[in-house]
Design a protein around this ligand. Structure first.
Ligand SMILES: CSCC[C@H](NC(C)=O)C(=O)O
Ligand SMILES: [Zn+2]
Ligand SMILES: [Zn+2]
Length: 433
């Protein structure tokens, strides 16, 4: 017969099926501002069904389904493992891509698509790893949950944030460790993240007297704003210099980049040229490492970047807290108090991969919502020897790296789901004595 049972398929044809499922997910256009969340949810639910995973769709916000899957463990009393991924992607400028961003075409072994790195790869790799573990007869000791969440790219408020504060998360799931996205690594080491910088989106505004474009006078709004911009730029250079000199990694300095400038008096032909405006503003995307002192940065902003003495005011459009409610930096422990990092390292090694030193993620991910609740969360996307193309044109991931990543998760999930804390073992041992 021409029909071949799945178990009899050659490795290459099973790889083809794995790749074609990835292509199917990538072809669902979940780009903002109109992500097709329903099709993505349907797809994930159909995968879950084929894997006999328990599933439910949580509609915290209308039109933004969050799919939660469960692989029950043999010991439901042990804290569970949550594998998180977001289903949305950032928009793409189609005409600037070499391959259409939602066709998932393969060229020279590379799969080109928006989301191929950020982070549809990870979401489906979790599922493919579970498929392999199930077919090998593996049974998890701990329960494994998978969450496919909306809206990460626009702040996660209607996605991971809602999940983390939900009844089901806090009363039922008993999560002990969260895995979420990391970044590709151009080198052979995978990157791993134990914290992230906090976004502070700042707008500074200067006012001043309006005046004739020919007149030199003090306190003009744009003069006031430009003085601030110069000061911000000096601070930016001091931080960047530390990175350039190799003194600090990217995630451990404060980054500040100007993202808009707004001033001038509009006219039908552009701007009025002989009038100095009475108001001017600039916007900055600032990223604050959890290791920095937020109070001193706030003082700097108030005293140097937007001082009242120069007729300036400021406002935060977003200001994530750097510290938890106990005043401690929001970071996942990297010492022996956190067994999950060592387990990850061991599991990656076992699957013939190498893990770099834990880093602070330079931007923001959904992991922060779990860390804020005191849970350990690790950022990891298994993509080595791959340029970092998230949010870029021509985002791609090679087929081979994608397949290798599945082997990594197979090893990681089996290590995590089988892990029984030393304390418990000791306890048992003591009782037995
Ligand atoms: C503040 S929510 C926006 C989240 C986005 N995340 C990434 C990874 O680009 C960012 O850091 O800008
Ligand atoms: Zn992402
Ligand atoms: Zn992103």
């Amino acid at each position: 017969s021409l029909v071949v049972a799945a178990s009899e398929q050659s490795p290459s044809s099973s790889s083809q099926l794995i790749i074609s499922r990835f292509q199917q997910y990538l072809k669902i256009n979940t780009a903002h501002p109109n992500p097709n969340y329903h099709e993505a949810a349907e797809f994930i639910l159909s995968q879950a069904k084929s894997l006999s995973l328990e599933s439910q769709t949580l509609d915290f916000v209308k039109g933004k389904p969050l799919v939660l899957l469960k692989w029950p463990g043999k010991n439901p009393h042990l804290p569970s493992i949550l594998l998180n991924s977001h289903t949305d992607v950032v928009p793409a400028e189609h005409h600037k891509w070499s391959h259409p961003p939602f066709d998932a075409l393969i060229d020279d072994g590379r799969i080109y698509a928006r989301g191929s790195q950020d982070m549809k790869c990870v979401g489906l790799q979790y599922l493919e790893a579970i498929r392999k573990l199930k077919s090998s007869g593996f049974e998890p000791t701990r329960t494994v949950y998978l969450s496919f969440v909306p809206d990460e790219e626009i702040g996660g408020h209607d996605g991971a944030e809602k999940l983390a504060e939900s009844e089901i998360f806090n009363r039922e799931m008993n999560v002990g460790i969260v895995l979420d996205e990391g970044l590709a690594s151009p080198k052979e080491n995978y990157r791993v993240f134990y914290g992230e910088r906090c976004p502070w989106w700042l707008v500074i505004k200067a006012s001043g007297a309006p005046g004739h474009g020919s007149k030199l006078y003090d306190n003009a709004a744009l003069e006031n704003l430009l003085k601030s911009i110069e000061i911000v730029r000096r601070f930016r250079a001091s931080q960047f210099d530390m990175v350039k000199a190799g003194l600090k990694p990217e995630g451990e300095v404060v980054s500040v980049n100007m993202v808009f400038l707004k001033a001038g008096t509009p006219s039908p032909t552009g701007f009025v040229m002989n009038l100095q405006p009475s108001e001017a503003e600039a916007g900055f995307d600032i990223r604050v490492p959890p290791t920095a002192d937020p109070a001193s940065l706030e003082r700097r902003i108030a005293e140097e970047w937007a001082p009242v003495s120069r007729n300036m005011t400021f406002e935060f459009k977003q200001k994530a807290s750097v510290h938890d409610k106990f005043g401690k930096p929001i970071l996942t422990a990297t010492d022996s108090s956190n067994p999950w990092l060592a387990l990850l390292e061991g599991a990656v090694k076992k699957a013939n991969g190498k893990l770099g030193k834990p880093e602070i993620f330079p931007a923001a991910t959904d992991a922060r919502y779990f860390r804020e609740r005191g849970l350990p969360a690790i950022g990891f996307s298994p993509m080595a020897n791959t340029p970092i193309l998230l949010h870029d044109h021509n985002e791609y991931l090679s087929k081979d790296e994608y397949l290798k990543g599945i082997d990594m998760y197979e090893s990681i999930i089996s290590a995590y789901a089988s892990y029984v804390e030393e304390e418990t073992k000791d306890g048992v041992a003591r009782e037995e004595l």
